[in-house]
Design a protein around this ligand. Structure first.
Ligand code: GLN
Length: 544
C-alpha cells in the first residue's frame, strides 16, 4: 500500500506534556474528515512490553483486543479515534533488539556484523510499515516515546529520518511537541528550550514542519512568530496548546487552531467529507455544563499515581458525561483501610470501584471496601481483581468460610475460591503469559449484566492468571450470587453479581478498555446510574 502517508510525532524539552494525547487528538481531527487513521507508539525502552513493569514506573498497561500488553497511550488513541488497535501498534526497543538477535542466532545474516544502522533501524522501519498492512489506512500517526536527545531514542529517530528520505517528501509530516516554561518573576513564556530541542532534532536530520507548544499560559502572537522563525516553520504551523480543563477539548483546540487543514494541505490528503466534530463538540459542552456532582471512590493500591488507573478513571468520566454529571473521584489507598483509615472517605461516596491489581499488598483493604459496599448497599463495580475480592469477601462473610482467599495470596488456604487457571499451572515466564485479550462472554438473561448490555453475548478484554474456582459455584449461588457472565463453554466465570443488592457486580475482564467518551461502557453506565440513584434519590431507570 504505497500511498499510505505518515505523521511522525516527537517530543522535546520535557516529558509528560501530553504528547500521547496530542497524537490521539490529531487522529480524531483527521477521522472527522473521513480520513482513515492508524496509530502507533514507538517506545525506546528495552523491556519487550510494559506488562512486567510496575505501575509506578509506567502507569497502566493497556491491553489490545489481540492480547498485547501495551503503553497507556494506546488507550488514548483508542478512546479518541475509536479505532481498535493491534499488537503492531506498540513497538519497543526490546522487541526490535530481540527480533534482530534471534535472526542473528539463526544465522540469517550470513556472517555479517550486526549493527544499529542498518539492522536495528531496518527492523524498526519494517515494524512501522506493519501497522497499515492489513487495513485500509490513509495515514499512520507514529509517536516516538521519550524526548529528543535520549540516547535510546536515537535509532528510532534515525529510522524515521530514513523513512522520510525513502518516501516522497509529501508523504511524511514531522510534528514536534514542546513545552513553553513560564518565568513567574517576569511573567514571560520562554521559547529558548523549544529552539534548542528543534536544533537537536535537526542535528538528527529531521526538520519538524509543525510545532505544538504546550503551555499553562496564553501565548501571544509575537511568541508564535518567534517560535516560527527560530524553528523555521510556517507561522500557521505553530500551534499553542493551552492546558485544558478536560483532555477531550484537545481535538477541538487543534482543529480550531487550523491544524487539521494544515495537515491535509501538507500531506495532500483527500478528505471524504467536511469536518464533522459536532458530536465531539456536544461532548465537550456536556462536560463543561454539568453541574450536579457524583462522588465515586477508586480503592486501589497505586492511587498516588492516577495514571495507573487511567482507563478506569476515563471510563467513569465517560459514564458521568453521558448522564450530565460532574465526576468527583475520591482516591482511596487500600492499605489505609486495613489500618483503620479511609473509612470516612468511603462513607462520603455513592459508588465504589475496585480496579485490577497483582500481589497481596492492599488486598485486605479492598476486601473491606467490598464488605462495606455489600453491607451498606453502595453500588460496587469490581474489575478483575475487584471481582475476585468481591468473591473472597462473600465467601468469608456470607458463606462463613473464614480463611477463603485467592491462591495468589495464600497458597495454603482451605478455601481457594479464586484459584490459578488450569492453563497457567505450568507457566514459568512472567512476560506475556497471562490470559490476555478479547474473549467471548455469554450473559444470563434477566441479570443486571444482561440488562446493562442489552444483548446475549459480548467480547471483552482480559489480563489475569487466576479465576473463580468452580468447586464453589453452587454454594455461592445458593446464597444469592449470580454468575451472569460465563465463557461459551460455561467453564470460566466472567461476571459475578449479588442479587439482593442494587448493583454489586464484578467482571473478570477489563471493561475499562472498551469505554469511549462518546460511547460509555454499559457496565460503567449502569453502575453510574445506580450511584446517581443513591445520591439523588431518582430511580436509576429514570436517570438520563
Ligand atoms: N492478580 C489477579 C490475576 O492474575 C488479577 C489480575 C488483574 O486484576 N488484572 O488473576
Amino acid at each position: 500500500m504505497s500511498d499510505v502517508k505518515y505523521i511522525f510525532c516527537t517530543g522535546g524539552v520535557v516529558s509528560s506534556v501530553g504528547k500521547g494525547l496530542t497524537v490521539a487528538a490529531i487522529g480524531r481531527i483527521l477521522k472527522a474528515r473521513g480520513i482513515r487513521v492508524a496509530l502507533q507508539k514507538l517506545d525506546p525502552y528495552l523491556n519487550v512490553d510494559p506488562g512486567t513493569m510496575s505501575p509506578y514506573q509506567h502507569g497502566e498497561v493497556f491491553v489490545t483486543a489481540d492480547g498485547a500488553e501495551t503503553d497507556l497511550d494506546l488507550g488514548h488513541y483508542e478512546r479518541f479515534t475509536d479505532v481498535s488497535l493491534t499488537r503492531a501498534s506498540n513497538v519497543t526497543a526490546g522487541q526490535v533488539y530481540s527480533a534482530v538477535i534471534e535472526k542473528e542466532r539463526r544465522g540469517d545474516y550470513l556472517g555479517g556484523t550486526i549493527q544499529v544502522i542498518p539492522h536495528i533501524t531496518n527492523e524498526i522501519i519494517r515494524r512501522v510499515k506493519l501497522v497499515s498492512r492489513n487495513e485500509d489506512v490513509d495515514v499512520v500517526i507514529v509517536e516516538v516515546g521519550g524526548t529528543v536527545g535520549d540516547i535510546e531514542g536515537q535509532p528510532f529517530l534515525e529510522a524515521i529520518r530514513q523513512m522520510k528520505h525513502s518516501l516522497k517528501r509529501k508523504e511524511t509530516l514531522f510534528v514536534h511537541v514542546t513545552f513553553l516554561p513560564h518565568i513567574g518573576a517576569t511573567g514571560e513564556l520562554k521559547t529558548k528550550p523549544t529552539q534548542h530541542s528543534v536544533r537537536d532534532l535537526r542535528s538528527m536530520g529531521i526538520q519538524p514542519q509543525v510545532l505544538i507548544a504546550r503551555t499553562d499560559y496564553p501565548v501571544t502572537p509575537d511568541i508564535v512568530a518567534k517560535i516560527a522563525q527560530f524553528g523555521d516553520v510556517d507561522e500557521e504551523a505553530v500551534i499553542p496548546l493551552l492546558t485544558a480543563e478536560s483532555i477531550y477539548e484537545v481535538p477541538l483546540m487543534l482543529e480550531d487552531a487550523g491544524l487539521g487543514e494544515y495537515i491535509v494541505k501538507k500531506l495532500k490528503l483527500e478528505p471524504r467529507h467536511d469536518v464533522d466534530l459536532s458530536e465531539w463538540r456536544q461532548l465537550v459542552d456536556n462536560i463543561k455544563s454539568a453541574q450536579a456532582r457524583i462522588k465515586i471512590a477508586i480503592v486501589g493500591k497505586y492511587t498516588q499515581l492516577h495514571d495507573a488507573y487511567i482507563s478506569v478513571k476515563e471510563s467513569l468520566h465517560h459514564a458521568a458525561i453521558q448522564l450530565k454529571r460532574r465526576l468527583e473521584l475520591v482516591w482511596i489507598q487500600s492499605d489505609d483501610l486495613e489500618k483503620g483509615r479511609g473509612l470516612a472517605q468511603l462513607e462520603q461516596v455513592d459508588g465504589i470501584v475496585v480496579p485490577g491489581g497483582f500481589g497481596y499488598r492492599g488486598v485486605e483493604g479492598k476486601i473491606l471496601a467490598a464488605r462495606y459496599a455489600r453491607e451498606n448497599r453502595v453500588p460496587y463495580l469490581g474489575l478483575c481483581l475487584g471481582m475476585q475480592v468481591m468473591c473472597i469477601e462473600f465467601a468469608r462473610n456470607v458463606l462463613g468460610l473464614e480463611d477463603a482467599n485467592s491462591s495468589e495470596f495464600n497458597e495454603n488456604t482451605d478455601h481457594a475460591v479464586i484459584d490459578l487457571m488450569l492453563e497457567q499451572r505450568d507457566v514459568t515466564d512472567m512476560g506475556g503469559t497471562m490470559r490476555l485479550g478479547e474473549y467471548r462472554c455469554c450473559l444470563k438473561e434477566g441479570s443486571v449484566a444482561h440488562q446493562a448490555y442489552q444483548k446475549p453475548e459480548v467480547w471483552e478484554r482480559h489480563r489475569h492468571r487466576f479465576e473463580f474456582n468452580n468447586a464453589y459455584r453452587a454454594q455461592f449461588e445458593q446464597h444469592g450470587m449470580v454468575f451472569s457472565g460465563l465463557s461459551p463453554d460455561n467453564f470460566l466465570v466472567e461476571i459475578a453479581e449479588i442479587s439482593q443488592h442494587p448493583f454489586m457486580l464484578g467482571s473478570q475482564f477489563h471493561p475499562e478498555f472498551l469505554s469511549r467518551p462518546n460511547k460509555p461502557h454499559p457496565l460503567f453506565l449502569q453502575f453510574m446510574r445506580q450511584a446517581i440513584e443513591r445520591a439523588e434519590g431518582v430511580a436509576a431507570s429514570e436517570v438520563s
